[in-house]
Design a protein around this ligand. Structure first.
Ligand code: C2E
Ligand code: MG
Ligand code: MG
Ligand code: MG
Length: 286
């Protein structure tokens, strides 16, 4: 670490270096501080039962309340965290915030699930399951209320280490979900071997569902396959009613997207829930 600082130090102040590089490195240093200064926040996006319209759970999506730049989305700092060895602490922080939220809801008598995104390198960390267990016990949260999302690319190398971590995470009682399903290195082999409970159809499928019959065929048979394997299916990126109705026709279990709500801070989510309760017929309140 010392030698790395010595090497990156001069780069930060070298005016000959490309602006963007030094800007990125400054952001990395700021992110390191943000993790201890509590600047990361979760926005929560509802996942709605396609059949009943009931709120099933939320996906936790990280944002950085940057002191100077305002609210930053994950695209501007998660890849940096991955590249600079900060994704471990970032994920720990996100898990902590998500479990604290579950504990607050439990105190209020609210039962919702929370999905958290993991990065591929988190699955190389063999100590993660035990640390997560510690946090679950600390917050006295039911592990079944936590869903961990991973993209199918994590299965590409068929690494025994990754398989071991995933199996241990599932062994805690948390759910496993395959995020952006259908866009990555899709071998169905891992679906036979791992205790995956959920597929999240990538939003590119959702977007083309009504206009492309080949997409509809893939989505329909993916839903059937998932159900035959005992898994549920979440459609991401649902933006309009006709698409929701098509998903209902195809038997999709849950939908998530701007049609229902954008990712919201926890207090705004409560307002969204209240508004829906006041107009039970509306699928799109908020
Ligand atoms: P994702 O997990 O696939 O999350 C869904 C993304 O789609 C979110 O973007 C969400 O705001 C956006 N979205 C939701 N509904 C709609 C819709 O109807 N239309 C459109 N066009 N977009 C929609 P966001 O929050 O910017 O997150 C982007 C990605 O960043 C996530 O994709 C996930 O891969 C990553 N990410 C977010 N939070 C975390 C985190 O805590 N840890 C890690 N490792 N990655 C995270
Ligand atoms: Mg996700
Ligand atoms: Mg996704
Ligand atoms: Mg996606």
């Amino acid at each position: 670490r010392e030698s790395k600082r010595l090497r990156t130090g001069p780069v930060l102040h070298d005016p000959a270096r490309h602006d963007d590089t030094s800007g990125q490195l400054r952001l990395v240093e700021e992110l390191r501080l943000a993790l201890v200064r509590d600047e990361l926040v979760l926005h929560l996006q509802p996942q709605v039962d396609v059949g009943t319209g009931a709120l099933h759970g939320v996906e936790a999506l990280v944002r950085w309340q940057h002191p100077a730049r305002g609210l930053l989305g994950p695209a501007s700092f998660v890849p940096l965290a991955e590249a600079h060895g900060l994704i471990g602490p970032l994920t720990e922080r996100v898990l902590e915030l998500a479990l604290a939220q579950l504990a607050r809801w439990r105190a209020d008598g609210v039962r919702l699930r929370v999905s958290v995104n993991l990065s591929a390198s988190n699955l190389l960390d063999e100590a993660l399951p035990e640390r997560l267990l510690g946090r679950l016990l600390h917050h006295r949260v039911d592990p079944a209320d936590l869903v961990l999302e991973v993209t199918e690319n994590v299965f590409a190398g068929d690494s025994p280490q990754v398989r071991g971590v995933l199996t241990a995470l599932a062994g805690l009682g948390a759910g496993l979900s395959i995020d952006d399903y259908g866009t990555g290195w899709s071998s169905l082999g891992y679906l036979r071997r791992l205790p995956v409970g959920e597929l999240k159809l990538d939003r590119s499928f959702t977007a083309d569902l009504r206009t492309d019959h080949r997409t509809a065929a893939i989505v329909g048979s993916t839903i059937d396959l998932a159900h035959r394997l005992g898994m549920r299916v979440v459609a991401e990126g649902v933006e309009d009613e006709p698409t929701l109705h098509e998903l209902e026709r195809l038997g999709c279990d849950l939908s998530q997207g701007y049609l229902h709500a954008r990712p919201l801070p926890a207090d705004e989510l409560a307002g969204w829930v209240a508004a829906r309760a006041a107009s039970p017929g509306a699928l799109t309140a908020g």
